[in-house]
Design a protein around this ligand. Structure first.
Ligand SMILES: Nc1ncnc2c1ncn2[C@@H]1O[C@H](COP(=O)(O)OP(=O)(O)OP(=O)(O)O)[C@@H](O)[C@H]1O
Length: 461
């Protein structure tokens, strides 16, 4: 394994033997090779990928898709049926809730016990203990047996240990979902800090927003199979398309995802997306104006997303998306502070009830920044849209974004069997840039129109 690879997984599979009745297990032991009393269940099937040193890789997939199985095999707590895992570097793992703790020991004792398993000398743990206890923030419970802890307290302590042993590889299995919001935020900011130090992170989460925010690449598992590995935005949008699709369409979508990603890191789609993203990052528009008023919005026909994903349609199709400026010209290079209109058309191929339209602006990494719906609840939505009807949807918005590249989603909601659902949705329907400015004061992604003001204070006597 080359020195820049932290985790290498090759042809990894896990097969369980499933018995219909407990006595079949016994019969199988007795009549070993004569008859098969079990069915095979492949919890993981031929997963192969590499994680580079310092990379943060997310794993998404619905319940039972094999995420925990994969992590457990990588950590060495589960033996694969076939395949090879190689890791380089000290691993700290947060797998099943408190799996590394002895419930009879106190929190303090478990910290020392756990840290020693993770390779820390006793004096080193003693030196770091206050920091660990402060991060866990469970007060006097630190000297109570772990069996008396709530699940949130167990996660706090486990996380505090895992991040304070300076692991080279940090593996986290959805553990943070148990903590309260404040603790989750604390953990995420610590994970971000750990990421900056070059630690390799493997991360399972059901929160697509978190995955998109934190990860450099994402693996999609479905039924134990590795369907895709690629950029977070690409993989997450396909994962969402898959899970929201009607049952009869799912196989076709699985096949489509596999074909476009080839299940590997270097499919042509992935490369083209990465190239586009790189180009977007490095490209700067000529701008000789020092003032927004002198800047022009414009349209570049070459600026088109290659990442557009059309979700399954239920009798409605979104089409003809564009952004127009105040005089109605189509634009995709916008000027900060000006107003624009995002428009698309929807063709209804069947009648729909309680119809609402939506849009969402996102960053290059897929983080939702903000958008709108055409009615605040389905009760205020359009009662009925007839079959054959075509609608033009328009959202007027102020471009309160700092220079950068952004994407737009479009969606139509309506009642489907009594439940409000998307009847059509297009991810990355449009992309646009906000033009660079030479002397803007606003920083970050959103322009909050912060007005700096300062005055010298008289020195105190
Ligand atoms: N010991 C076992 N015996 C039989 N089947 C098992 C065993 N352990 C796990 N499985 C099955 O393997 C599949 C994958 O499980 P795994 O826990 O890896 O899924 P997951 O993606 O982590 O799910 P979740 O999101 O619900 O945590 C599931 O169908 C599960 O029921």
């Amino acid at each position: 394994m080359s020195s820049d690879i932290a985790i290498s997984v090759s042809g990894l599979s896990k097969c369980y033997q499933i018995y219909d009745r407990p006595q079949d297990r016994l019969l199988q032991m007795l009549l070993r090779n004569k008859k098969q009393y079990y069915q095979e269940f492949w919890a993981l099937n031929e997963a192969s990928f590499e994680v580079k040193n310092g990379e943060t890789v997310g794993i998404v997939g619905r319940n039972g898709s094999g995420k925990s199985t994969l992590l457990q095999i990588i950590c060495g707590t589960l033996t694969p049926s076939s395949g090879v895992v190689k890791t380089q570097g000290r691993i700290a793992a947060l797998l099943e809730l408190g799996s590394g703790f002895n419930p009879e020991f106190t929190g303090r004792e478990n910290v020392f016990f756990n840290a020693s398993i993770l390779g820390l000398e006793e004096e080193e743990t003693a030196r770091r203990f206050d920091e660990i206890a402060a991060f866990a923030d469970i007060g006097e419970f630190i000297d109570q047996p772990v069996s008396s802890y709530s699940s949130g307290m167990v996660v706090r302590l486990a996380f505090a240990v895992a991040i304070n042993v300076d692991p080279e590889i940090l593996i986290i299995d959805e553990a943070l979902a148990v903590g309260d919001e404040l603790f989750q935020r604390k953990c995420f900011s610590r994970i971000e800090a750990i990421k900056k130090t070059g630690t390799t992170i493997l991360f399972v989460s059901h929160s697509c927003a978190t995955i998109v925010e934190l990860c450099d690449r994402v693996i999609l598992l479905e039924g134990g199979e590795q369907l895709a590995i690629g950029s977070p935005k690409q993989v997450v949008s396909r994962y969402q398309k898959l899970i929201y699709a009607p049952a009869e369409k799912q196989q076709a979508i699985r096949d489509e995802i596999k074909a476009s990603f080839g299940g590997t890191a270097n499919s042509s789609l992935e490369v083209s997306v990465r190239q586009q993203e790189e180009a977007e990052k490095s490209e700067t528009l000529p701008n000789d104006s020092r003032d927004n008023d002198g800047m022009d919005d414009k349209f570049d026909p070459g600026l088109k997303p290659v990442s557009t994903v059309y979700y399954e349609s239920i009798g409605a199709k979104i089409d003809s998306f564009k952004i127009v400026n105040s005089v109605g010209d189509q634009v995709n290079h916008l000027v900060r502070g000006r107003r624009y209109r995002y428009t698309y058309t929807v063709r209804f191929e069947q009648a729909h009830f309680n119809v609402r339209f939506g849009m969402m602006i996102k960053t290059l990494t897929g983080l939702d920044l903000g958008g709108a719906v055409s009615a605040s609840s389905s009760g205020d939505a359009i009662d009925c849209v007839e079959r054959g009807q075509q609608c033009i949807v328009e959202f007027d918005f102020r471009c309160s974004l700092n220079p950068g590249t952004y994407f737009l989603n479009s969606g139509v909601l309506a009642d489907v069997n009594g439940v409000e659902s998307y009847i059509h949705r297009v991810i990355d329907s449009t992309m646009f840039k906000v033009q660079p400015e030479t002397d803007a004061l606003s920083t970050g992604v959103i322009d909050f129109d912060c007005q700096p003001f300062f005055e010298p204070l008289e020195p105190e006597n």
